[in-house]
Design a binder for this molecule. Structure first.
Ligand code: IMP
Ligand code: MG
Length: 176
């Protein structure tokens, strides 16, 4: 076992406040009709659960996709594959992709191209965390919870080798 030191970067309270603000913005931007939250497994599962509950509208539809561009290591493999596809037709629908974190941008630029081909009415991205310094591929992100520095973080859905997802806050992980 490596020794792992953690330091809280974003508290549970800060996250909850920011999720509420994002939800208000989203409410205002989609005044009517169903809104599909397309969440990327597994990292976004907690964010999508909190975001969905913060939305006041009745028609919020929650769908999951599996995409992998990472092994259990800390840097991207550069290869993206769909491990679980949507089972609904998104043509003509308002789609909001919900992600945990945008790092290189490889995953989301692939995913937006893929979903755009299915002709949704609109397609936008909400991410809890953004590491802009790390971007290799450009991605237009409409809703960002927090911009963070180039550090490896865990908690609130994010893992390191499948651990730490259950934390209520976001912490920086230093492995040695
Ligand atoms: P991208 O394709 O490089 O933007 O990678 C996005 C994916 O990498 C995210 O959905 C996460 O699963 C993973 N990832 C990137 N940075 C971190 C991090 O700091 N902690 C945990 N997972 C990360
Ligand atoms: Mg992810």
């Amino acid at each position: 076992m490596p020794s792992e030191a953690e330091r809280v970067l974003i508290s549970a309270e800060q996250i909850q406040n920011r999720v509420r603000e994002l939800a208000e913005q989203i409410e205002a931007d989609y005044p009517e009709g169903p809104l599909y939250l397309v969440s990327v497994l597994k990292g976004a599962f907690i964010f999508v659960a909190d975001l969905a509950r913060a939305l006041k509208r009745h028609s919020v539809r929650i769908e999951f996709m599996g995409i992998s561009s990472y092994g259990s290591q800390k840097s991207t493999s550069g290869q993206v594959k769909v491990t679980r596809d949507l089972d609904v037709n998104i043509e003509g629908q308002n789609i909001l992709i919900v992600e945990d974190i945008i790092d290189s941008g490889v995953t989301l630029s692939y995913l937006t191209r893929l979903l755009q081909q299915r002709r949704p009415k609109s397609l936008e991205i909400a991410t809890l965390l953004d590491k802009p310094e790390r971007r290799i591929q450009p991605v237009h992100v409409k809703y960002v919870g927090f911009q963070i520095p180039d550090e490896f973080v865990v908690g609130y859905g994010l893992d390191y080798a499948e651990d730490y997802r259950n934390l209520s806050d976001v912490r920086v992980l230093n492995t040695s």
